[in-house]
Design a protein around this ligand. Structure first.
Ligand SMILES: NC(=O)c1ccc[n+]([C@@H]2O[C@H](COP(=O)([O-])OP(=O)(O)OC[C@H]3O[C@@H](n4cnc5c(N)ncnc54)[C@H](OP(=O)(O)O)[C@@H]3O)[C@@H](O)[C@H]2O)c1
Length: 300
């Protein structure tokens, strides 16, 4: 059973959600993609993470084509997308340099494109993809308020923001930002160590955690750190009977942040297996053995 987490007054996300960044690499036919989405919803993975730029600006429309033909699915799923990064792409001839854009007009235009591509009337959650050195928080707040008032987007958040960047934007908004989508995994403790984790807990903000398996590096990374992590994952597999991915996800679920996990696998079997993480509780000692393996030294 995959828990639902209340992200805001009008939004619950499945605690195991799926990211569609790698969708084009999965090489699904339309029929296969529909089957994949249906199976996900059946097992309780109902929250889907997108971004305007994924798949060179193509992922949203590949997904949207299926959703458009199966509109009954819309009420069963939650759609999250992001904007703010501009890529040079044949699919966006007007973009001439890889940069960020968080101006009011750009955010509104991108959100409207996402609605069109995803073939939906509303987004459940729109995120600013990355902190923009040139962000005018007042303008972002105006864009968010306009999208909310028009009913096009129900909730807003940010991604990869630090506490101070989050607080700046929040200070201009009449409503609460719903989340910060951040990277946390056995290779990356940044947001656990820079005060963000405490800030999110104090403000009862549930983060969405991306690349929970470090993009697959927990299985493949050849560095000493990778080898140390896999050695302890192997020990814990012996002790718990669980696979590496389940242990790595359980490690995240033990965090007091109680995050939404944004998994990136295109294999339903792996996603089903990942859900076992909700039934595995690591001991504090097991959790710190993985922490120690990642750091390369014991806790001070
Ligand atoms: N906000 C941001 O800035 C940001 C940045 C990056 C990603 N994201 C979001 O986060 C989502 C997840 O990121 P991610 O794809 O890096 O997540 P991830 O779940 O850490 O990594 C997924 C990768 O690991 C592989 N994998 C999974 N289980 C495996 C296993 N048992 N053995 C071997 N390989 C395995 C997958 O391959 P298979 O498909 O073959 O299983 C896939 O290539 C993205 O789709 C996107 O929505 C957000």
């Amino acid at each position: 059973m995959i828990p639902k987490l209340k992200i805001s007054d009008n939004l619950e996300l499945s605690q195991l959600s799926l990211g569609f960044w790698r969708l084009l690499k999965w090489n699904f036919s339309g029929k296969e993609l529909l089957g994949f989405i249906k199976e996900l919803t059946e097992i309780g993975v109902t929250s889907f993470d997108h971004a305007d730029i994924y798949g060179d600006y193509m992922c949203e429309s590949v997904f949207g084509n299926i959703l458009g033909e199966n509109s009954h699915l819309r009420s069963q799923i939650q759609l999250v997308t992001k904007c703010g990064i501009k890529l040079v792409s044949k699919n966006r001839p007007a973009n001439s340099f890889h940069c960020y854009d968080t101006t009011k007009d750009y955010i509104i235009a991108e959100a409207e494109k996402s609605l069109k591509n995803l073939k939906t009337d509303y987004l459940d959650l729109l995120l600013i993809h990355r902190p923009d050195y040139l962000m005018n928080a007042e303008e972002v707040a105006e864009a968010f308020t306009s999208l909310k008032n028009s009913g096009k987007v129900n909730n807003f958040g940010v991604s990869n923001f630090t506490r101070s960047q989050f607080e700046l934007l929040q200070s201009f908004l009449p409503f609460k930002l719903a989340t910060d989508q951040i990277e946390i995994n056995l290779f990356n403790f940044k947001h656990l160590e820079n005060g963000d984790s405490e800030f999110l807990q104090m403000n009862k903000i549930i983060p969405m955690v991306w690349s929970p398996l470090a993009g697959g590096r927990i299985f493949t990374d050849k560095s000493e750190k990778g080898e140390r992590i896999r050695y302890v994952l192997g020990e814990l597999r012996e002790e718990t009977g669980a696979e590496y991915d389940v242990i790595a996800l359980s490690w995240l679920l033990k965090l007091p942040l109680n995050p939404v996990i944004v998994l990136g696998s295109g294999k339903i079997k792996r996603i089903r297996n990942a859900a076992k993480a909700f039934n595995l509780e690591l001991t504090n000692e097991q959790w710190y053995r993985l922490w120690t393996a990642s750091k390369g030294h014991e806790a001070p």
